[in-house]
Design a protein around this ligand. Structure first.
Ligand code: ARG
Length: 564
């Protein structure tokens, strides 16, 4: 139920356009005047009447058949003010929210598919804090689109192709000390890689050996492939731990190497369409007309490139999933890359190219980056960030509520939630500096604050008797209750906006507003010790808030424990 829509319906009767309402209808700042107001100033010119006259006349007309859900319509200084009947509002909004319960997946499909390329890790490279945003923004968008009824395809476009893997095999065979490839750890892999580079500085010939082994991978040599598969397994085992912590899943792990045999048709097609030109022995698509450097398709030695693989991947995804949208959740540093790829697809005549979107985001750093222990060189591992947060959450919870039963699990939910919410709280394009202290502040605009509010709702609902039936919604007429009701009515719209803008932070902000508004309601409205007519209505509202916080947090990949 959306009251702006109801008002728009009403105002159409007096010939005020939907467009004008969309642009001008606002929530009234002075609550004693009304809940919504419509300034008439911009109508004055068109109607050749003063705003005061327009407002007065409009109110006169509207009053002739005022609907039951409006308590009052008034004209004040060129504004039309509307007072909604708060009991009516509660009675229409809340039952729908309660009915939904705890549900973050749409029951019915809207028939559309969205592909989301996210996290997309590089094999044999440490999973560091730089991967936080792609992983959680993508993971959250996956849930947001599922909530809205899309079929969602999560794709981990693995970085599993390139000469570096030949070098790594070479290093493993030389210095792996006979250890089975499967048994290596990520740290050992990184060490091998670092060692290769330092030794290659002294001995040029090593690079040739590296190339030799890469050629073997390319030619499908059994030994090379089996070692390489082990490297993949090790990396995925490692990142899978993080995905489990974050509750993230993928429907496809088709990475760069998957497209080895799918690029030739693209290259042929580019040739046939006259798009491929030679430049210094390399094959390129000239994009100068569009103000971009050329898109490199084949190097002079015939090797394909990152862009070539992305072209093949886009075509494959289109043919396989027939997507309505194909999203690439990748850092803004790759802006040019995606502009080029999308442009080439468009030049190839694929009208679906416009349905490919680069969902870019900024950089993350740690407030006190240096103080975090790292196991590999100077990168901060995401696993360490999550574990540090869990540990700190445990200490806080242990102090606040030493008798809590599931302390370990709660600390996990709170610690991980704090990091995830920290990453999803600002507009994604902004660079962010992560601070454990801020993210774990139970009174700040944080996940723990939301989780705590949710747990408070759960506790009220479990402690106080309440029937949940025959609710007298007029109890919820006070301004605090009404504010909560209005926010609850805006949940679906908020999720839609988040999907439209690819911006989970819309939901983060909404949940903070909802929790703050609920806490004001709670401070001003007693629940326990009131007669049941009153406590029932207030608990009904509480249950709706509880479920909405739970669902909203789920959309942000955050668990909401019942006790904290
Ligand atoms: N593996 C790449 C990187 O770490 C990201 C891949 C993004 N997806 C894609 N289809 N290009 O930079």
């Amino acid at each position: 139920m959306n009251f702006k829509e109801l008002l728009a319906e009403l105002l159409k009767n007096i010939d005020i356009s939907q467009e004008f309402i969309d642009e001008n209808l606002t929530v009234c700042a002075e609550k004693n005047l009304g809940d919504f107001s419509l300034p008439c100033f911009k109508l004055a010119k068109q109607l050749r009447l003063s705003p005061v006259v327009i407002a007065n006349e409009s109110v006169k007309k509207l009053e002739q058949n005022k609907p039951e859900w409006l308590d009052e319509i008034s004209a004040v200084n060129g504004y039309i003010n509307f007072k909604i009947n708060h009991g009516f509002a509660a009675s229409t909004v809340l039952p729908c929210v309660k009915e939904r319960g705890r549900e973050w997946k749409a029951k019915e499909s809207n028939g559309k598919t969205v592909c989301i390329d996210y996290s997309s890790v590089n094999i044999a490279k440490p999973f560091h804090i730089g991967h936080l945003l792609t992983t959680v923004i993508g993971g959250s968008l996956y849930r947001i689109f599922s909530f809205l009824g899309y079929k969602t395809v999560g794709i981990n476009h693995l970085g599993d192709w390139g000469t570096q893997f030949g070098k790594l095999i070479c290093a493993y065979l030389k210095w792996g000390e006979g250890k089975k490839a499967d048994d290596l750890t990520m740290a050992e892999l990184s060490k091998l890689y670092v060692r290769f580079h330092s030794e290659a500085e002294k001995d040029e010939k090593l690079n040739d050996e590296g190339r030799f082994w890469f050629k073997k991978i390319e030619d499908g040599d059994a030994t090379a492939l089996s070692i390489f598969e082990s490297f993949k397994k090790i990396t995925l085992r490692e990142v899978d731990k993080i995905y489990k912590m974050l509750g993230i899943t993928f429907d496809s792990y088709n990475g760069e190497s998957f497209y080895n045999d799918k690029m030739q048709p693209i290259i042929d097609d580019l040739k046939a369409k006259g798009l491929l030109v030679e430049s210094d022995g390399a094959q390129i698509v000239d994009l100068s007309e569009y103000g971009m450097p050329p898109c490199l398709i084949l190097r002079s030695d015939g090797a394909s490139l990152y862009a070539t693989r992305d072209l093949a991947a886009a075509v494959y995804r289109h043919n396989t999933y027939d997507f309505d949208q194909c999203l690439y959740v990748v850092a803004y540093q790759q802006d040019l890359h995606f502009k080029q790829v999308f442009k080439v697809l468009e030049l190839m005549g694929y009208d679906w190219a416009k349905r490919c979107k680069h969902v870019a985001f900024g950089m993350v750093s740690l407030e006190n980056g240096g103080s975090l222990s790292t196991r590999t060189g100077n990168v901060v591992l995401l696993e360490d960030v999550l574990n540090t947060s869990i540990k700190q959450a445990y200490e806080i919870i242990d102090k606040k509520n030493p008798d809590l039963e599931a302390k370990e699990q709660t600390a996990r939910d709170v610690g991980i939630g704090a990091v995830v919410f920290g990453a999803l709280t600002n507009a994604r394009i902004k660079d962010m500096v992560f601070s454990f202290e801020k993210a774990l502040n139970f009174d700040g605009e944080t996940a723990p604050y939301l989780q705590y509010t949710h747990a408070r709702c759960c506790s009220l609902l479990s402690k106080i008797q309440y029937s949940g039936n025959n609710i007298d919604f007029s109890v919820l007429s006070d301004p605090y209750s009404f504010e909560v009701v209005m926010l609850l009515s805006a949940f679906d719209e908020t999720v839609e906006t988040a999907a439209l803008k690819y911006e989970p932070s819309c939901i983060s902000k909404y949940l903070i507003d909802l929790a703050q508004s609920f806490n004001r309601f709670y401070l001003n409205n007693r629940i326990s010790g009131e007669e049941s007519r009153i406590s029932d209505a207030r608990l009904f509202l509480t249950e709706c808030v509880c479920n909405t916080l739970y669902n909203g947090l789920k959309l942000l990949l955050i668990n909401a424990p019942e006790r904290m």
